[in-house]
Ligand binder design. Structure first.
Ligand SMILES: Cc1cc2nc3c(=O)[nH]c(=O)nc-3n(C[C@H](O)[C@H](O)[C@H](O)COP(=O)(O)OP(=O)(O)OC[C@H]3O[C@@H](n4cnc5c(N)ncnc54)[C@H](O)[C@@H]3O)c2cc1C
Length: 449
């Protein structure tokens, strides 16, 4: 990778000053940071509108809601002016704009279908109220729909998408992220965010593993760039090497750090190329969701709508609870339950086991991940599940079935991952690996017949 390039990103041009007078609102959604946040420039008043009903089926799950509440608390310490208000956003934002005399609302265009629908309602309400709505750069490197093939159609294969993105990336600026003032309308006392996520006992343990908020995000980035980055390509798949990857995903999910800032930190360093490739997978998943809003519900390959799943609530529950009797699967599900995360390699193994060996629909696994992952992200989650199930974009040309035992030998050779998370007692295996593999291949042939 040349270090001569700089980032040229396909986002709308910066906000003309005209629109900011006398004051703008910064409508924060997945932009929960004070530093390096263009929404907050010129003292815009930050507001987060919490409206799980607008999200329908995709309101934050348990782990993600815990993260969100902690992240908002952390942000309120940086930005005492932050308002956290119950929705709906299309009522709250015009009302608040009128109350404080704001003539513009800045926002970052969304990728998720429900956020796009919410955004459309907000934009028309603001237009009716005579308040300008100003899009700005957000939680991704590339704006929704901005990386497409020459004929204007979306990329469905990763490598050409990656090349197109790399061609658009140029040298990151070295300026440190600007600090927002955002405090023109100070408030007494910290904002109460308890309505965002009432405390629940099982979530308490997440705090042992994570520090939500932008200081946690910057600490994770510093740990990664000063430590594992040079060995990232070699170690990222190793289950037995703790923290070989960045652990930035939940911070990215809520925009506590921007991908631009991460790029700037890693650019030109040994190991950066493999890592940037993963950041571009994230862009790919988001662009796919934007082009195919049904991605969380329907297979990207329509033939898979006929796949003969063998629904079995008992098998699904055994998988969720890590009681399948398959050691690597149960170990990984225990890691998820204890920490709110799971190693990427393990995500692939447990997803393959659920959809292939147990023949349960990928949407059911996606739902459990949604509820239990601190980094739950509609695009990455749906994309990951479809990819493993074989029905997604850029899936293997054959029906790949991971063998959890050979995966353990290869990626947990020292057994340290098993020793750390494996449940003390293991039930007998729920399925025979060879027989369930043959059943999955037969189901695949049925679908294709
Ligand atoms: C079935 C399945 C479900 C998944 N669900 C999610 C999810 O809900 N949220 C989520 O953020 N990731 C998801 N992933 C992708 C990946 O597992 C996580 O992003 C990664 O494990 C996070 O750890 P990290 O931050 O240490 O990653 P690193 O290896 O340090 O990567 C850096 C960043 O790149 C992005 N990234 C890495 N791998 C992928 C990938 N395969 N696809 C898209 N982006 C990627 C993430 O934002 C990550 O933080 C899923 C993968 C699978 C197979």
């Amino acid at each position: 990778m040349s270090n001569k390039k700089c980032i040229r990103i396909a986002w709308p041009t910066p906000l003309p000053r005209l629109y900011t007078a006398p004051m703008a609102l910064a409508w924060l959604r997945r932009d929960l940071r004070a530093q390096g946040n263009p929404l907050l420039e010129d003292g815009a008043l930050p507001v987060y509108v919490h409206d799980p009903s607008a999200a329908g089926d995709w309101a934050p799950g348990g782990a993600s809601a815990w993260w969100l509440a902690r992240s908002l608390e952390a942000l309120a310490r940086y930005l005492p002016a932050l308002r956290v208000l119950p929705g709906p956003a299309e009522e709250v934002l015009p009302r608040l704009a009128a109350e404080v005399g704001a003539r513009a609302v800045r926002y970052t265009p969304a990728f998720e279908p429900w956020r796009r629908a919410e955004e459309a309602r907000v934009l028309s309400a603001l237009a009716r109220a005579g308040v300008a709505a100003v899009p700005t750069q957000g939680a991704y490197l590339f704006a929704p729909g901005s990386v497409v093939k020459a004929d204007g159609t979306p990329y469905r294969v990763f490598t050409p998408f990656y090349k197109a993105c790399v061609a658009l990336l140029e040298v990151p600026g070295t300026a440190p992220p600007r600090c927002a003032d955002g405090q023109r309308v100070p408030r007494a006392g910290a904002e109460d965010v308890s309505f965002v996520c009432p405390p629940a006992r099982w979530q308490a343990k997440l705090a042992q593993h994570w520090t939500p908020g932008e200081s946690g995000a910057r600490a994770a980035l510093a740990r990664f760039t000063q430590g594992p980055l040079p060995r990232y390509a070699a170690d990222r798949n190793r289950l037995d090497i703790p923290d070989a990857a960045s652990r930035l995903s939940p911070h990215l999910a809520w925009g506590e750090i921007s991908p631009q800032e991460i790029l700037t930190a890693v650019w030109g360093r040994p190991g950066a190329e493999a890592f940037i490739r993963q950041l571009i997978w994230r862009e790919f998943a988001a662009q796919m969701l934007w082009h195919f809003p049904d991605m969380p519900a329907a297979p990207l390959q329509p033939a898979f709508a006929r796949f003969p799943w063998a629904r079995d609530e008992g098998a699904l529950e055994a998988w969720r609870r890590g009681r399948t009797g398959e050691p690597l699967v149960d170990t990984a599900m225990a890691e998820l339950w204890e920490t709110g995360t799971m190693h990427n390699r393990a995500r692939m193994v447990v997803a393959s086991f659920l959809t292939k060996n147990l023949l349960q629909p990928w949407q059911d696994g996606q739902r459990w991940f949604w509820d239990t992952l601190v980094d739950a992200d509609l695009a990455n989650n749906a994309f990951g599940w479809q990819w493993v199930a074989g029905c997604g974009a850029d899936a293997a040309p054959y029906f790949r079935i991971f063998n959890p035992r050979t995966q353990a030998e290869k990626f947990d050779p020292t057994g340290a991952y098993r020793d750390r998370w494996a449940p003390a007692l293991s039930p007998p295996p729920l399925v025979d690996l060879a027989a369930s593999r043959a059943r999955a291949l037969a189901a695949y042939q049925d679908m294709r017949a």
